[in-house]
Design a binder for this molecule. Structure first.
Ligand SMILES: C[S@@+](CC[C@H](N)C(=O)[O-])C[C@H]1O[C@@H](n2cnc3c(N)ncnc32)[C@H](O)[C@@H]1O
Length: 230
C-alpha cells in the first residue's frame, strides 16, 4: 500500500478516515473536492501509473481490517458463493479480488472513474482472475442493466458522495434511490463509513427516505473502531 497522494489517500484506516473528512463538526459536511469525479480520476490515474511502474496496488480504504470485517460478516451470515455482489465505487478493486479468491463467482465492481476501473482491471489481470465484472458507472445514474444484486457493498463511497460541493443532500437522496433499484428484495447492503454514525445511516436508508420495502436490508457500519462496529 502506498501512502496515497495529496488529499486522496493517506496510510491505513486513520489516514483514509482523515482524508474523507472524518471528525466533521456539527450536523453538516464541509464540501470538498473529495466528492468529485475529477478528484478520484486524478487519484486513480496516479495509482495506475504507480501500479504499472512498481506493482503497488495502492490505498485500501479503512485498511485491510475493513475487508476482513466484511468477509467475516458474509461468512457468518452464510452468504452463498454464487450470490451476486456489487462493490459500489470499487476504487482499485482489491476487495473484488479478495472475494473472488474466496470463491465468490458473481462479483461486479463499478466506479465512475475510468482510471479506477482501468487500475482494477490491471490488478485483476495480474492476479489471474477472469470472472470479475467491471464497469464504469455513475451510481447516481446507474444503467438499467445494473440490477438484482443480493449484496451491495460500499466502502467509503457514500462518504465521498456526502462531500460533493454541488448539492450533496440531493446526491445522497439519489444514492438511496439507486440502491433501492439495484438491490434485490431481501438483499443486504453493507456500508463502511467514517463520516456517519450507525444511527444516522439507519435514518438515511429508512422507509421515510424511500428505502423501506426491503425488510432484510441491513445497513451496517464497520468503521475500523472509529464508530460503532457491526
Ligand atoms: C474512498 S474511495 C473508496 C474506494 C474503495 N471502495 C475502497 O474501499 O478502497 C471512494 C470511491 O468511490 C468512487 N465514487 C464516488 N462517487 C461515485 C459515484 N457516484 N459512482 C461511482 N463511483 C463513485 C470514487 O471514484 C472512489 O473510487
Amino acid at each position: 500500500m502506498n501512502e496515497g497522494a495529496d488529499d486522496g489517500g493517506g496510510g491505513g484506516a486513520e489516514g483514509a478516515a482523515r482524508s474523507l473528512g472524518c471528525g466533521r463538526g456539527g450536523d453538516g459536511f464541509v464540501p470538498s473536492a473529495l466528492g468529485t469525479r475529477e478528484h478520484w480520476d486524478a487519484v486513480y490515474k496516479r495509482e495506475l501509473q504507480t501500479f504499472q511502474e512498481y506493482g503497488d496496488t495502492g490505498e485500501i480504504w479503512f485498511g485491510e481490517e475493513s475487508m476482513t470485517r466484511l468477509i467475516r460478516w458474509m461468512q457468518k451470515h452464510k452468504i452463498p458463493l454464487d450470490a451476486s455482489v456489487l462493490d459500489i465505487g470499487t476504487g482499485n478493486g482489491v476487495f473484488l479480488v479478495e472475494l473472488a479468491k474466496l470463491g465468490f463467482s458473481d462479483v461486479t465492481g463499478i466506479d465512475y472513474s475510468p482510471s479506477a476501473i482501468q487500475l482494477s482491471g490491471s490488478i485483476i489481470e495480474k492476479e489471474g482472475l477472469s470472472n470479475i465484472k467491471l464497469k464504469v458507472e455513475d451510481f447516481l445514474n446507474p444503467s438499467a442493466k445494473l440490477s438484482g444484486f443480493h449484496i451491495c457493498i460500499d466502502k467509503g463511497t457514500f462518504d465521498a458522495i456526502s462531500l460533493n460541493p454541488d448539492n450533496a443532500v440531493e446526491k445522497r437522496k439519489q444514492y438511496v434511490k439507486s440502491l433501492s433499484r439495484v438491490l434485490k428484495v431481501k438483499g443486504f447492503f453493507l456500508i463502511t463509513s467514517c463520516n456517519w454514525t450507525k444511527e444516522e445511516l439507519l435514518d438515511e436508508f429508512s422507509e421515510e427516505n424511500g428505502f423501506g420495502v426491503r425488510p432484510r436490508t441491513l445497513p451496517c457500519v464497520a468503521a475500523d473502531g472509529l464508530l460503532t462496529g457491526v
